[in-house]
Design a binder for this molecule. Structure first.
Ligand code: GDP
Ligand code: IMO
Ligand code: MG
Length: 428
């Protein structure tokens, strides 16, 4: 009953979409367990490139069943746009399963996301503006709308009324906005529910049965360890648990069914939005990484902040997620550098930290302590085994592995499906 969790080990955009697609050829189910359409996962197959936001990246593989678990927040309008876009390109989405317990992102969540960010001013988080935070806030406040609520008009009306009661007061009195109409919102949601109904299922039961029958389930994380609401750089985080534990709560599968936890890491680091980032580069090296790595957001198009590999972050990700394997991506981007710095520890006001400081004030003050490795100039995109990599490149990977407390099982050498070096099998 292989249950494989795949998560981001840094601040997102590590290449989870590509890694999921790669493993997806060998699995029966791919289940998203957290986040919503704040994610942007790219998959490149031949000349075709897909940008997925809400659908599991595995949907590109026709033989597997894609699942949206209960831990995901679903914006039905976005879901249908994404399904229509893929079906127009010949990708069948009819076998998609959506948990009846997943929470809905309603139009008022998107409105609230934008006005609260504006209101926060210089304290803003830099969210994707997709309504993610407000939808999860409603879930925790117990005024959320769940998928199964969309199928009963009276029940839905009551829920929307309860949810909008306080929000309308806030919108009018605090944000100087018009109130949102309960009847109209209920009607819109009912219509969306009609289209959603054929996809809705008891996904927790289906995934558990599949695992009991010996089928393979891949749990695809969105966002990443450092954006986790509990374990990340709070408050500059997303509002869900992208760490491995989230795969259980976000799908209804118990931890004893998880056999593998794969962390995806870039060979350097990027971050989108606000918040501390110790190895961030503000000079031409940062610009060089952004250009070489095409580091612009898949969801918002924002330029990604770039920095050198941070081993403290990766060690922390190994610990928090219980990683069994790392997929190291975008190693090819570093080709052409004479030397490559690696952050091995932090200096916080003269004190050395080998482990992640728990105090966010300390993390914000952390200065990277670097060690430097020699670079390589050879094109590595056609290397298909570890031994084919230039010696200095091998040494860089080995050092990252040592510093990360976890073996590196696959290495990305380009965006295409076959731009990958397999060191250890990711599935068995
Ligand atoms: P995700 O959010 O973790 O799925 O990552 P994104 O799709 O947002 O960003 C990763 C980007 O890197 C995408 O454009 C991928 O096509 C690309 N990519 C993934 N792996 C590699 C790699 O090994 N080398 C290169 N050059 N690009 C890669
Ligand atoms: P993938 O799955 C990178 C960031 C936003 C912001 C913070 C909170 O593609 O790796 P939110 O809209 O979630 O409330 O924004 O989290 N963020 C991401 N950064 N990759 C992502 O997803 C992200 N999803 C959210 O930029 O800083
Ligand atoms: Mg992304």
């Amino acid at each position: 009953m292989p249950g494989i969790v795949l998560i981001g080990a840094q601040w997102g955009d590590e290449g989870k979409g590509k890694a999921t697609d790669l493993i997806g050829t060998k699995v029966d189910y791919v289940a998203r367990f957290n986040g919503g359409n704040n994610a942007g996962h790219s998959v490149v197959v031949g000349n075709e490139s897909y940008a997925l936001h809400l659908l599991p990246s595995g949907i590109i593989n026709p033989h597997l069943t894609p699942v949206i678990g209960n831990g995901v927040v679903v914006d039905p309008e976005v879901l249908f746009q994404e399904i229509d876009g893929l079906e127009a390109r010949g990708i069948d989405c009819s076998h998609l399963l959506v948990s009846e317990a997943a929470h809905i992102i309603a139009p008022y969540h998107r409105t609230l996301d934008k006005v609260t960010e504006r209101f926060l001013g210089k304290h803003k988080i830099g969210t994707t503006g997709r309504g993610i935070g407000p939808a999860y806030a409603d879930k925790i406040n117990r005024v959320g709308i769940r998928v199964h609520d969309l199928f009963n008009e009276q029940h839905l009306h009551d829920k929307v009324e309860a949810s909008l009661h306080q929000k309308n007061q806030m919108l009018v009195k605090l944000y100087n906005r018009r109130p949102i109409d309960v009847d109209q919102t209920t009607e819109e949601l009912l219509k969306l529910g009609e289209r959603l109904k054929p996809y809705v299922a008891n996904t927790g039961l289906i995934l558990n049965k599949a695992l009991d029958e010996g089928k393979t389930v891949l749990f695809e994380g969105a966002q990443a360890t450092m954006l986790d609401v509990d374990h990340g750089t709070y408050p500059f985080v997303t509002s869900s648990n992208p760490t491995a534990g989230g795969a259980c709560t976000g799908t209804g599968v118990g931890p004893t069914k998880i056999t593998r936890v794969i962390g995806v890491s870039k060979a350097y680091v990027t971050r989108v939005g606000e918040g501390p980032f110790p190895t961030e580069l503000f000079d031409e090296s940062g610009e060089w990484l952004r250009t070489q790595g095409h580091e612009f957001g898949v969801t918002t198009g924002r330029p990604r902040r770039c920095g050198w590999f941070d081993a403290v972050v990766n060690r922390y990700a190994s610990q928090v997620n219980g990683l069994t394997d790392i997929v190291l991506t975008k190693l090819d981007v570093l080709t052409g550098l004479d030397e490559i710095p690696i952050c091995v520890a932090y200096d916080v006001d003269g004190e050395r930290y080998d482990d992640m400081p728990t105090d966010q004030a300390a993390f914000s003050a952390a200065k990277p302590i670097y060690e430097t490795m020699p670079g390589w100039s050879e094109d590595i995109s056609n290397c298909h085994s570890f031994d084919e990599l230039p010696a200095t490149c091998q040494a860089y990977v080995k050092r990252l592995e040592e510093l990360s407390n976890c073996r590196i099982s696959a290495i990305g050498t380009g965006p295409q499906r076959d731009h990958i070096i397999s060191v250890h099998s990711l599935i068995d």
